[in-house]
Design a protein around this ligand. Structure first.
Ligand SMILES: [Zn+2]
Length: 141
């Protein structure tokens, strides 16, 4: 399996979870202030509609919370390597969380989308194809 067909690639590169080619976000630079959070409504390559239902991306806040906790744990581990100082930890953790906020935001949305949409190597732009064709079915849901 090629790396470009893995979900990790889709998340890190912030590409469409179905075709792994179209960009999720309008601007590839997450630190471009005016549109760092603006997403394409549909994939420019395979036309997958990204917002699966109204408020779909509210669920990605749980992913964002998990990423934030993981980052804070990583910062505390690094701080312990240099002798723990609570003030230094507070400062470095605040800088890390604020500095990486745009990336955490984008990765959380990409992870959340990848939970629900499967990779389809044959996905191409086709107007007749339903966006739900690649949905993973969840028993009991
Ligand atoms: Zn796509």
């Amino acid at each position: 399996m090629e790396f470009s067909s893995s979900k990790i690639y889709s998340v890190v590169a912030q590409t469409c979870p179905r075709c792994h080619q179209g960009s999720l976000f309008i601007n590839k630079n997450p630190y471009k202030i005016e549109n760092w959070d603006k997403m394409h409504a549909d994939c420019p390559v395979c036309a997958l509609h990204f917002e699966r239902e109204p408020g779909f991306f509210q669920g990605s806040m749980y992913v964002s919370y998990g990423l934030g906790v993981a980052l804070s744990v990583a910062v505390v581990v690094v701080n312990f390597m240099f002798g723990f100082d609570p003030v230094r930890y507070f400062i470095t953790n605040t800088v890390a969380l604020l500095g990486l906020a745009p990336l955490l935001f984008r990765w959380s949305r990409a992870i959340y989308l990848n939970v629900f949409v499967a990779f389809d190597p044959n996905a191409k732009r086709s107007k007749g194809q339903s966006a739900s064709d690649s949905m993973i079915s969840h028993p009991g849901a």
